[in-house]
Ligand binder design. Structure first.
Ligand SMILES: CC(=O)SCCNC(=O)CCNC(=O)[C@H](O)C(C)(C)COP(=O)(O)OP(=O)(O)OC[C@H]1O[C@@H](n2cnc3c(N)ncnc32)[C@H](O)[C@@H]1OP(=O)(O)O
Ligand SMILES: N[C@@H](CCO)C(=O)O
Length: 344
């Protein structure tokens, strides 16, 4: 592993000239589509259950090509990369739909259009199952080589791509994500699922989000943004109404069965040191300086086990979600990494 500097890595920059725009703004526009995969041959899930006719809702951006940039979303994210990652997505940015064919699909088990709780009926999933669906989607789209980029649960999916399909992945970017869930992260998820089980129907999901939000922010971040009294409820600490509001917001857009299925998949996720050592693909691993969920030292220690990795740290006081909320320097670094050429 090297600290991230281009001259030291086996990578050279491409000049802007070598990267003319590859498609028109119209071609680069977001396209939301739905497809049914595994109609003839079912997907054999890790739990042993065959799953047929898997519906996948996905976005594509840019002109279809054999080499794609796959973005894998976080726990409550969606395929609409342009909505949740505006700092990294757009013309001239790291994820540029005028330069690359960008694909993002809603994960299996989620609640944004891809087969989820209704079809799965309590079947446990793994991240490998989710990634297998993405791989089939890319196959049907005619993609032969892929660069995979993701943060948090999206970053864990990138690790799974590197384990399951090493020959397809040209390079990868893993942001604020571990190669296996720590007891700390499993414990946080367990408390969240227990809240849902004890108060099904919405209230538990709100509490789960409140617990999660504390792990997505940091003491310093909340000190900066939530000190003092709430403007919404005089006499009440600001952070109280902040957490209540965050819980309400998630309960309006997410479903509790998906929350349990996806967090359980994260908790079961585990790459061994030997598996990490076997990954030859160039990977940029990003740690977040104030991340209390996946501390940067932990993220860096996984990067150190990848033979062709570079490590870079996003310095922000805002904790785990800094990759979404405080991401200007992340955009610059990921853009530099993705627009570099693999050297001889
Ligand atoms: C942008 C989207 O598409 S989100 C939907 C899809 N979701 C995803 O893709 C998942 C990834 N995204 C996320 O997790 C989140 O959207 C994040 C992390 C990027 C940003 O979360 P936010 O809630 O916007 O950030 P933040 O922590 O600053 O909270 C701001 C909100 O809390 C409210 N708020 C702030 N302080 C308080 C308080 N003391 N009391 C009550 N409400 C408060 C603000 O008014 C604001 O409300 P709004 O969302 O209605 O504008
Ligand atoms: N805040 C993001 C990242 C969590 O890891 C989400 O809700 O998906």
């Amino acid at each position: 592993m090297t600290a991230y500097t281009l001259p030291e890595s086996p990578i050279q920059r491409l000049s802007d000239e070598a990267h003319p725009e590859r498609c028109t703004p119209e071609q680069a526009a977001p396209r939301l589509q739905t497809i049914t995969l595994f109609r003839d041959h079912p997907l054999l899930l890790d739990c042993g259950r065959p799953l047929s006719s898997v519906r996948v809702a996905y976005h594509t951006y840019g002109e279809a090509r054999e080499d794609a940039l796959l973005v894998t979303h976080a726990l409550t994210g969606t395929s609409a990369v342009h909505e949740w990652w505006p700092t990294l997505f757009g013309p001239g940015k790291a994820l540029d739909p005028r330069q690359a064919y960008i694909v993002c699909s809603n994960v299996l088990g989620g609640c944004a259009g891809t087969s989820g709780p209704r079809e799965l009926d309590g079947t446990p999933l793994t991240l490998r199952d989710m990634v297998a669906v993405q791989r089939e989607l890319l196959r049907v789209l005619g993609v032969r080589r892929v660069t995979v980029v993701g943060g948090s649960m999206g970053g864990m999916q990138v690790y799974e791509w590197l384990r399951s399909y090493p020959d397809l992945v040209e390079r990868a970017v893993i942001i604020g994500a571990p190669a296996r869930h720590s007891p700390w992260a499993i414990g946080l998820n367990t408390a969240q699922r227990n809240a849902i089980r004890l108060a099904p129907g919405g209230e538990g999901l709100k509490v789960a989000r409140q617990i999660a939000m504390l792990s997505y922010r940091s003491p310093q971040s909340l000190g900066q943004t939530q000190s003092g009294e709430s403007r919404r409820k005089p006499g009440v600490p600001a952070v109280e109404t902040y957490l209540e509001y965050q819980g309400e917001k998630l309960a309006e857009r997410f479903c509790e069965q998906s929350y349990c299925t996806l967090t359980e998949a994260m908790d079961r996720f585990s790459l061994s040191d030997a598996e990490l050592n076997a990954i030859r693909t160039p990977v940029l691993v990003v740690g977040i300086s104030s991340d209390v969920l996946y501390p940067s030292a932990e993220v860096q220690s996984f990067a150190a086990l990848l033979p062709a990795s570079s490590y870079w740290e996003l310095h922000s006081p805002h904790g785990h979600d800094a990759f979404l909320m405080d991401a200007e320097s992340l955009n610059d670094t990921v853009k530099e990494y993705l627009t570099a050429r693999l050297g001889a």
